[in-house]
Ligand binder design. Structure first.
Ligand SMILES: [Zn+2]
Length: 305
């Protein structure tokens, strides 16, 4: 089923599109010419060191999960097959999705510009890279099978639009607002980069056990979910929501909870390996952001989660 079927065109069409979305669909990681990566900001400072990336990869291997999921938005092991041209969505549907993503990104920028300004700070937008198959990020290979992720080192979100079909088909989370939630969550990680949260995490983790790192990661991820909820609140203020939208996001949060994914893929959940939070936690923190519309409600570090 085409992903685009879930889009509510009337609400989104005609809205401004972000200029920070870089469309590299059709490019392949090894074939990118020097001119093919405009908009990527290398070495933004405070990003993950190469050492940290190596550690993450090792952790990922130990636990049999994709390393990028520790940094990413949403997904655990997907069991997908190698990306190939046969997996690509029809061009027409993907172009529509690309437009949709650019509108959502613009709306996140409007929100975070406002919130940062209210707090005496300046929001610098993330770059959002649309790719197909594979691409390069400063955090390593971006692969369609790993799901969307945020790379602190180049302050970019990477997303293969075919993920949305996977979100629908494999994770049982269809709908335009489920897709928007994923973007808003990843942009939430960018906000964490700008506020220093990810840098703190990166420094603290050097002294932590794997279990402690996982527990810390859960708090980071739940805060990104809360930020996605803040964005949903903002989207409501912009009159962008339709009935069922919040339910779509809550369903997505449920389907990509660590316990739900692990029970589905390995038959049992092992809480100490959770990196993103349970379904209930993800729903709760999204709701907290959505209902309050207040970033101060998103302190996942000093309260019981
Ligand atoms: Zn995340």
């Amino acid at each position: 089923m085409p992903v685009s079927k879930g889009l509510h065109k009337m609400k989104w069409s005609g809205r401004k599109r972000s200029g920070n979305v870089v469309d590299r669909r059709g490019a392949r990681g090894g074939m990118l010419g020097p001119g093919r990566s405009p908009g990527i900001r290398m070495g933004g400072g405070g990003g993950l060191s190469v050492g940290a990336v190596v550690i993450i990869i090792i952790i990922g291997m130990v636990f049999g999960i994709n390393p990028l999921t520790l940094l990413d938005g949403s997904v655990g092991p997907t069991g997908g097959t190698a990306a190939s041209s046969s997996q690509q969505l029809p061009a027409e549907g993907e172009d529509e999705l690309a437009d949709f993503v650019a509108v959502v990104v613009q709306e996140t920028e409007d929100l975070w510009h406002q919130v940062f300004a209210e707090n005496g700070m300046t929001y610098e937008p993330a770059t959002v890279v649309l790719f197909s198959g594979q691409d390069r990020s400063a955090c390593g290979l971006a692969d369609a099978r790993t799901g969307p992720f945020y790379c602190p080192s180049d302050r970019s979100v990477y997303i293969d639009l075919s993920f949305y079909e996977q979100l629908h088909r494999e994770f049982g989370a269809p709908g335009d607002f489920a897709q928007a939630y994923v973007i808003a969550h990843e942009i939430g990680h960018h906000v964490q980069q700008l506020t220093g949260v990810l840098t703190q995490f990166n420094q603290a983790r050097q002294r932590m056990s794997t279990e402690e790192v996982n527990a810390y990661s859960v708090r980071i991820e739940l805060q990104a979910d809360c930020y996605a909820g803040i964005w949903a609140n903002y989207a409501g203020q912009q009159n962008l929501l339709e009935s069922g939208d919040i339910e779509e996001a809550l369903n997505a949060a449920e389907q990509i909870g660590d316990d739900t994914i692990q029970e589905r893929t390995q038959g049992m959940a092992i809480p100490k390996t959770f990196t993103h939070g349970t379904s209930a936690q993800r729903q709760a923190w999204f709701s907290r952001g959505y209902e309050s519309g207040d970033v101060s409600a998103c302190d996942t570090y000093s309260v019981a989660i």
